[in-house]
Design a protein around this ligand. Structure first.
Ligand code: ASP
Length: 588
């Protein structure tokens, strides 16, 4: 080891020690003959002082040429800084190292962006193109450390609970679980393909048939989806499967793991939990109260329903609508016409026909048009249902349930953000349960599984399969946090007959079912135990703990929002030779 200490290690108690530090030049400042260098590594920063009286002339000369991001090694002695020169913001701020020897390991060009900021002001593609420079920032080092600690915690916790980590193949079979797949052509079998797994779902179930009983894996998953802020073509899950369990067992396992991580690593992430035990909501409740199946529960502003109270309204918009629902934006009664017009436009963009805005003044509820037409009883009902107070603004959507809930759900998040109602230091974990098992896909005119086709229906709903699929609820549970889905899982089907009924409902013929999922159907005939599992997203959790706005900030080498890696320049064309070997032809 060339270093005796990291750049974050030295304290006042190290005074007088001879040390060797190495790292990058963060900043160099010249002060009347003295040169100060802030030496940085992943662990921190130390001030190096170069005094021409103490270092040989040729060393001093060499150091005069160093610039930011040069790689240097410094030998010297630790000194206490004079009292007024101490820097309480820096962990090593009480000391400085008087250099006696300096080696310049490598020079550096001027970086395309400064390393000494947190990078929020730098174009993201530039950061990604020079990711190796971006990773030198304190923010990225902190995020990758947090991610490592999270994964280590997961592994240790699962091990303590009797789980074993089993690796499953990356070259898998094309059996869509919902998203589009990445295909890999086979050279050995011309014209045939592997697919990259969307998740190890089927293999972990087969591990249960294999008697493993408690499986986990820090698993990479691949989905060729259109990119969104919190999506990546490849991402990481803590993939879990257990035999002989109920829904509550799986939820308790993951909940305890997260509670422990939050408390044990509080110094690292500074977050606290809002609900312990985690809150539990049914899907219907989440939609009805928050207009979202992954609600941000850090603040209230719940959706209220005044359909009944406005049935006979003189205000035609209310009386004629299938329903009237709203939210209360606290303290926004002074919103100007321009501001409320913006909100109306927002609601329209989210699919609502419009938005009725009512101001709650000390005198009561007013509002152009609607305010004049509403009866005292209606106004009282609005105030009671929304818990509105003088000074608040009421935002109402008169529309079909689905449209109103969606628009108000989005508006709720928008107002929550504007009014800074969501505490950034808080994690509001919750479980959402009792999802409908199937949803009707209007475009394709068919039922699609809400989760995936291996999720078991509630026992009492088995008989509704053929008669009323829309009423069937699945044994699914989602882990949500601060407006994100942080993981999902379910108790699975473990019987061939039930699995075939689901497949048939989803439109798969027996032949197709066997072609795609024969391995599962066969396995279920050889004593498959009841089982269930879950897959919390590692990237999402790391993002939430790090307080970052997207998962790219917690991934060392992420793809950008066009699914490209601008540093590597991929995806890229293959050579004719490669394509020939793979028996693949490209038609553009
Ligand atoms: N395989 C599922 C997913 O990736 C998770 C699970 O059901 O365990 O969403």
């Amino acid at each position: 080891m060339r270093k005796t200490h990291t750049a974050g290690a030295l304290r006042a108690t190290d005074e007088g020690k001879s040390v060797i530090l190495a790292g990058w030049v963060h900043r160099r400042r010249d002060f009347g003959g003295l040169i100060f260098v802030d030496l940085r590594d992943r662990y921190g920063m130390t001030q190096i002082t170069l005094d021409p009286q103490r270092v040989p002339a040729e060393v001093f000369k060499a150091v005069e040429g160093i610039r930011a991001e040069y790689v240097i090694e410094v030998e010297g002695t630790v000194h206490l800084r004079p009292e007024k020169m101490r820097n309480p913001k820096l962990a090593t701020g009480d000391v400085e190292v008087f250099a006696t020897k300096v080696i310049i390991h490598n020079a550096a060009k001027v970086p395309p962006f400064p390393i000494d900021t947190d990078g929020t002001d730098v174009d993201e593609n530039l950061r990604l193109k020079y990711r190796y420079l971006d990773l030198r920032r304190e923010r990225m080092a902190r995020n990758l450390t947090l991610r490592h600690k999270l994964i280590k915690h997961m592994r240790d916790y699962m091990d303590r609970n009797g789980f074993i980590e089993v690796e499953t193949p990356i070259l898998f079979k094309s059996t869509p679980e919902g998203a589009r797949e990445y295909l890999v052509p086979s050279r050995v079998h011309p014209g045939e393909f592997y697919a990259l797994p969307q998740s190890p779902q089927q293999l972990k179930q087969l591990l249960m048939v294999g008697g493993i009983e408690r499986y986990f894996q820090i698993a990479r998953c691949f989905r060729d989806e259109d990119q969104r802020a919190d999506r990546q073509p490849e991402f990481t899950q803590l993939d879990v499967e257990m035999s002989f369990v109920d829904r509550d067992d799986v939820m308790a396992l993951i909940e305890t793991m997260l509670v422990q991580f939050t408390t044990e690593q509080a110094a690292l992430h500074g977050k606290r939990l809002l609900y312990t035990p985690f809150r539990r909501l049914t899907f219907a409740e989440a939609m009805g109260r928050y207009g979202n199946d992954k609600p941000d529960l850090r603040f209230g502003m719940e959706i209220f329903d005044v359909t009944v109270a406005t049935r006979d309204s003189q205000f035609a918009v209310f009386a004629g609508a299938p329903g009237v629902r709203g939210i209360v934006a606290p303290g926004c009664a002074a919103y100007t016409r321009k501001q409320t017009d913006e909100l109306i436009e927002f609601a329209r963009k989210e699919g609502a026909k419009g938005l009725v805005v009512l101001h709650h003044d000390p005198e009561g509820i007013r509002g152009s048009g609607a305010g004049a037409k509403l009866s005292e009883a209606e106004k009282a009902a609005l105030i009671a249902a929304g818990g509105s107070k003088p000074g608040d603004l009421l935002l109402l959507v008169a529309d079909a349930e689905g449209i109103a809930l969606n628009a108000l759900g989005k508006l709720r998040v928008e107002m929550g953000t504007r009014l800074k109602l969501a505490d950034p230091n808080v994690l509001a974990f919750a479980w959402v349960v009792d999802f409908p098992m199937f949803t009707w896909d209007k475009d394709d005119s068919r039922w699609v599984p809400n989760h995936h086709l291996f999720t078991a229906p509630r026992d009492e709903d088995l008989d509704k399969f053929e008669t009323n699929p829309g009423e069937v609820k699945g044994k699914q549970y989602d882990l949500v946090c601060n407006g994100y889905e942080a993981g999902g899982g379910s108790i699975r089907i473990h019987r061939r007959d039930v699995q075939l009924r689901v497949m048939s409902l989803l439109g798969l013929s027996l032949e197709e079912a066997y072609k795609k999922f024969g391995h599962m159907l066969d396995a279920f005939e050889y004593g498959a135990p009841p089982h269930g599992g879950i897959a919390p997203g590692v990237d999402r959790l790391a993002m939430l703990f790090a307080g970052e706005p997207n998962i790219r900030e917690v991934i060392a080498f992420p793809k950008n929002q066009q699914a490209a890696d601008v540093m590597l320049g991929i995806p890229s064309a293959a050579t004719d030779k490669q394509l020939k070997e793979l028996s693949v032809s490209v038609t553009l």
